[in-house]
Every structure is written in C-alpha cells, then in structure tokens.
Design a protein around this ligand. Structure first.
Ligand code: NAD
Length: 437
C-alpha cells in the first residue's frame, strides 16, 4: 500500500518507518526542510532506540522516503496519516493549527479513494470537523479516521510493532477494514483491533493518558504523605501492588510526570470538560499535584542548605523527562534547574546520556555539560538524580563521597537503598522514604 505520513516527529517517524518495515511504500512529509534533508541523508534527528537502523534499512530498500512536497506524494497515497504536533495553548486547550494547515495542503491533492487518518492526539470532534473541512474544500465526501497512538518514547518501535491494542474510529466499516489490513502484521499475537465511533476513539487516547497521569500523581501524593508520617513508600508500594486490582505498574513515586503528552493531554481534557460546563475535580488535582511535585527536589535541597543556595555547586544526573529518550519537553529537570538558578546556585554541572544537546540549546552556558556522569562531581557540593537512566543504578558510592564537598544525594527516583548509603557515610534524600521524617 502507498502511505503518506505527515510530520516526522517521534510519532510520525516511527509510524512511517514501521509501516515501511512491513512492506508498504511510505513517504514522510515534513515542513521542516532541515529535518527532511537530514532524514534524506540517513540521519535520524531524534533519539529513539533502534530507529536509525530501521530507517536506514527501509530507505535502502526504497520503501521509505522523505520530502517537503505534498504534491509529489499525496495524489498516489491510499492512506494519509497526520502526525503533526498538537501542543498546549496558553489556556490549556489543544492547539490544532497544524492539523488545519495540513488539511488545506492535502485537500486539492487527495485521490478519490484516499483515507485521511489523524494519529495526533486531538480533542473529541476534531475528526468530524476535519471531514467537514475536507468536504467543503474538495466538494465531495472524504473518508476520515481516528487512529490514536499509544507508543512510549524510549520503546516506540516495540510499542508500535507489538501494540497492546490498535484503536480506530471510523464512520464507515469499509474504512476500518482498510486500516485493519494495514495493522495485521503487528497484531499476530492476537492483540485486538478495536473499531469504534470517531468520538470514542478520540476520547480513548485522552482517558488512557489521564489514567496514567492520575496513577503517577496519586502515588506521588501518597509518597509525600509517607514522608510526613514516617512510612516508606517503597514498602507501601509492595504492600499494595500484590493486590491484583492495584498492581505495580506506573506506581513509582518520583518528581512528577513530564514529556510532550501527559501534561498537555491532562490540560486539554480539563479544557474539554470546561467547554461542556463540567468541573473535572480529579484531573484538576492530578495537574496540581504534578506541578507541585516538580518542585519537591528543589525544596529538599533548599531545606538542606537552610535557604542559602547562593554560590553552591550542584551536580545533576539525568535531564530527559524519562530514560531512553532525548525529549526534554516539560521535563522536571528543567523546573529544578530554573529554581536553582533563581536561588543563586553558581554552578550547575549536568550529564544526560542523550538529552544534553537539547538542554544546551535552551540553557547555553548557564550550565556546565559533561559527557560522563562522574565528571559532574568534581567540586560539586551535592548530587541530584532526576532521570532514572540504567547507568545510574549502580553507582560507586565511595567515589561519590570522596568527590562531593558535602556527601549528600538527592534522588528523585529512589534508585538506591537508603541503609546502604547511610553505611557509606552519605546522606540520602529520596521520595517518600521513612528515613526523612
Ligand atoms: P513532534 O513535535 O515531535 O513532531 C511533529 C512534526 O510535525 C514536526 O517535525 C513538525 O515540523 C511537523 N509539522 C508541523 N506542521 C506540519 C505541516 N503542516 N506539514 C508537515 N509537517 C508538519 O510531535 P510528536 O511528539 O511526534 O507528536 C505528534 C502527535 O502525536 C501529538 O498530537 C502528540 O500528542 C501525539 N502523540 C505523541 C506521543 C509521543 O510520545 N511523542 C505518543 C502518542 C501520541
């Protein structure tokens, strides 16, 4: 099948590449000329494990190409996936400008039997609005489908190739059949292909992300309470997780969720509720708890230094919003860095295995950057861990104690065993630990 994917970000590039891997002919379109030029040269502009190799393989086989030209691609495409960004506007709602721009570019070029599929996360009603817009621009009915994407950055290829489920929203069963055919190679393990109405598919994506965000804010609130009552969230987690109704997944305390999805999708659903004159109390609380949680590490450091951070040197391990990605959108590390700079810290020495270039582009010489995490420790007063990269899990505590002027670790991910650090003579502050009362 000939497929066009519009937008070559985390979702578009993975979608296009995985569809080409299963034998389709895919062209990815982006308006960013530099990005397209890099992709044409075999260079993948984002970090996603396994992606570069797969892009190269399919480009070489002639199944995957990149362009800025809609006109060269759209007239021959049966399925056109829209995977452009839908960022948060100042009022919290989803900004759909890019979707409407894409629709205008597509309309004059669409083949009679083309199906236009929105993969971007969009509020309820967007797909029907797109169908109306395409009808008024083309003078005929155009098939539109919703196909929300559930991949996780850092495991995107695996998630796309072996999805727990594929959700599509359609207004005609024939459109669902086309998409089912396309997804069959990814559903060989009998995971379901769920076809539903457009509105339910659109809503499914928001409800999924809001549920996950709720779990994170819930466990963070419980962790904060554990600290205050002298309980240990790690023990409590074990205590609750064996109950099969609760389970263990997505219940890790930390420094709040970030990334390009959870914060904006929670806000967008709050905005949708407000539009329908409903106050979404749970979502409001999820958002508030998360905003506060992003400050928690700073507050601990500030308390430790009794409010006097001026002139201090802080080492930070981990900047990306989660491991295995270079994405720093809404990353808790950035909130911490801003607060530290505001408080007059003189030197912030940072390391992240893949996200440093993105941080450098935002902070320039306000921070010092190091290729190895241990090199951040020279002259540092304290160490702060923000992202749980695997390489931080086993650390040389003797070396850390020797390097830091104050042997203190603030760990936003509870990577270490508090008693072990105590025995090494290192003060250890985690999230929700009984040792902190
Ligand atoms: P992104 O910002 O990484 O990429 C978007 C791309 O679209 C950019 O390369 C941009 O240049 C391009 N673009 C913008 N306007 C265009 C136009 N008119 N024509 C062609 N290209 C255009 O975005 P992303 O992270 O891939 O997210 C895309 C959508 O998928 C969002 O709605 C997001 O909520 C959703 N989503 C993201 C993830 C994720 O983990 N990143 C997961 C599931 C769903």
């Amino acid at each position: 099948m000939k497929i066009a994917v519009i937008g070559t970000g985390y979702v578009g590039l993975v979608t296009g590449t995985c569809f080409s891997e299963s034998g389709n002919y895919v062209t990815c379109i982006d308006i960013d000329e530099t990005k397209v030029r890099r992709l044409q040269a075999g260079e993948v502009p984002i970090y996603e494990p396994g992606l570069e190799e797969m892009v190269k393989r399919n480009t070489k086989a002639g199944r995957l190409t990149f362009t800025t030209s809609y006109a060269d691609v759209i007239p021959d495409s049966k399925c056109i996936f829209i995977a452009v960004g839908t960022p948060m506007t100042a009022d919290g709602s989803a900004n759909l400008d890019s979707i409407w721009k894409v629709a205008e570019s597509l309309a004059p070029l669409l083949a009679e039997d083309a199906v236009v599929i929105i993969k971007s996360t969009v509020p309820v009603g967007t797909n029907r609005k797109l169908a109306e817009m395409l009808k008024s621009l083309t003078g005929r009915e155009v098939d539109v489908a919703s196909n929300p994407e559930f991949l996780k950055e850092g495991a995107a290829i695996d998630d796309f190739s072996k999805p727990d489920r594929v959700v599509v929203g359609v207004s005609r069963p024939e459109v669902s059949d086309v998409l089912h055919e396309l997804y069959k190679p990814f559903l060989r393990t009998e995971h379901p292909f769920l076809s539903m109405e457009l509105e339910s598919a659109e809503m499914t994506k928001y409800v999924a992300n809001c549920m996950l965000a709720t779990k994170i804010s819930f466990i963070n609130e419980m962790a904060n309470l554990c600290e205050r009552v002298g309980a240990d969230i790690n023990q409590v987690r074990r205590g609750i997780g064996h109950d099969q109704r609760i389970g263990f997944s997505f219940l890790f305390p930390g420094v709040g969720y970030g990334g390009s999805c959870f914060p904006k999708d929670v806000s967008a659903l709050i905005s949708v509720a407000h539009d329908r004159e409903m106050e979404p109390s749970i979502l409001n609380a999820v958002d508030q708890v998360n905003t506060a949680q992003k400050r928690v590490l700073f507050d601990k450091i500030n308390r430790y230094f009794e409010g006097d951070l001026a002139g201090k040197t802080v080492a930070i391990w981990g900047l990306a919003f989660k491991p295995k990605t270079d994405d720093i959108r809404e990353a808790p590390a950035l909130v911490l860095i801003d607060l530290l700079l505001e408080a007059g810290v003189s030197n912030i020495k940072v390391h992240d295995p893949v996200a440093m270039e993105n941080v450098k582009a935002e902070y320039g010489d306000k921070l010092s950057y190091f290729d190895h995490h241990y090199d951040t420790l020279d002259g540092a007063d304290v160490l702060v861990i923000v992202t749980e990269w695997n390489e931080f899990r086993h650390a040389d505590f003797d070396y850390i104690r020797h390097k830091l002027t104050q042997p203190v670790i603030f760990d936003g991910r509870n990577l270490y065993e508090p008693s072990k650090l105590k025995a090494k003579g290192i003060k250890y502050f985690g999230i929700g630990l009984s040792s902190e009362k």
